[in-house]
Design a protein around this ligand. Structure first.
Ligand code: ZN
Length: 378
């Protein structure tokens, strides 16, 4: 069992390069996590994900707890074995899904009571329970339960969610460390999540309170949920300025292709987003020249690859005309090919960002991406 995080290069204005070592492999930072909500990245097999070079994926505590259940997964040897994924896994705490998917939720200091979006059954998710579920799943990185609120939020609401998030983080940390004492060293890292909505002072306060709990890594949550990109960046910068250099920083649920380099420049090491997979299923493809909305009539006879500069298996073999036809005909293959390309695009984007940091030209890379994506669909 080994965990480590080393920062190889830090440029205060242009990101950092590092290596995150987990029991399931070493990952170069900054990196992107494809989202595998229910232990599956929609439309991709684990074989394909490995071929694409994904070193870590995200799975969802909320979904796996409700179906098939964490105890079943534990009995079958843990999530890696259950889904036959030999590389690293990060599980989120379920907090965000409870707030976005479940019905009749009621938040108290104890935890959050909710009804399953699947069968209406009632559940209580506490900080301890979220930690217990993730230990049963056996993910490499687990997140603490936090209270997510919509933005823009009134200051009083943001303050009370912040207070509760810190208290829940304290309980989750205590539970986790206690399990470690009872069972021996755990093969899992537990990360704290900074909240505070769009209030800079609350973000700083949340970060300072979590630092006292000494997590091996810190996430920034509750951003990129509707506020302008400049605000997301401002809040992220407030937090990363306070976080220790020797711990990984994870910005949750971001971002659009042209925004990713901006977050890296603020000192973020890891990100996850449903965008490449979800957009693919809706016929939106990301390319080096901007978005390609493949259903558009202009692609009906276009024999070029989705992205002539892309080296993925789909771009090497198929034309835009064929992809457009598959979407028009409602073929499952459309989602498979589009997802393959988009996930390749994001993983390759991170690789190019790492190279840009290496050569000290991340700012130039970022402005080029913004220019291409501002130009609109090709
Ligand atoms: Zn491609």
């Amino acid at each position: 069992m080994c965990f480590a995080f080393e920062v190889a290069k830090i440029d205060p204005a242009a990101g950092r390069l590092g290596r995150l070592t987990t029991p399931h492999g070493v990952i170069e930072t900054p990196f992107f996590l494809p989202v595998g909500t229910a232990a599956a990245v929609k439309a991709l097999t684990q074989d394909t994900l490995e071929d694409l070079g994904a070193k870590i994926i995200l799975a969802n505590t909320y979904h796996l707890y409700l179906r098939p259940g964490h105890e079943l997964i534990r009995r079958l040897g843990g999530l890696h074995r259950f889904m036959s994924w030999p590389r690293a896994i990060l599980t989120d705490s379920g907090g965000y899904q409870v707030f976005s998917l479940s019905e009749l939720r009621k938040v108290t200091d104890d935890g959050v009571r909710f009804r399953s979006h699947l069968d209406g059954s009632e559940h209580l998710l506490t900080p301890e329970k979220a930690a217990e579920i993730q230990l049963a799943l056996g993910s490499d990185i687990a997140m603490v339960l936090d209270e997510c609120i919509a933005t823009p939020a009134p200051r009083e609401l943001a303050q009370s969610a912040l207070r509760r998030t810190t208290e829940w983080a304290r309980r989750a940390r205590t539970y986790f460390l206690e399990c470690g004492r009872r069972k021996g060293k755990l093969a899992q890292w537990q990360f704290g999540i900074v909240q505070g909505a769009t209030f800079a002072d609350l973000r700083r306060e949340s970060a300072r309170q979590l630092l006292e709990l000494d997590f091996p890594g810190y996430a920034v949550g509750g951003l990129a949920i509707g506020e302008p990109h400049a605000i997301t960046c401002e809040m992220t910068g407030e937090v990363t300025a306070l976080l220790p250099q020797d711990r990984p920083r994870y910005l949750m649920g971001v971002g659009r292709p042209e925004q990713v380099a901006d977050y890296v420049a603020l000192g973020i090491d890891m990100m996850d987003c449903v965008l490449p997979t979800r957009a693919a299923r809706h016929a939106c493809l990301y390319t080096s020249e901007g978005r390609v909305l493949i259903k558009n009539a202009c692609y009906a006879q276009d024999e070029r690859a989705i992205d002539p500069q892309c080296s993925c298996a789909v771009c090497r073999r198929y034309s835009r005309a064929y992809l457009r036809h598959l979407f028009a005909a409602g073929e499952i293959t459309a989602a498979i090919l589009a997802t393959h390309h988009n996930v390749h695009f994001y993983l390759d984007l991170m690789k190019r960002i790492r190279e840009a940091i290496e050569f000290g030209n991340l700012a130039k890379f970022s402005s080029a991406m913004h220019a291409r994506y501002a130009a609109g669909p090709a």
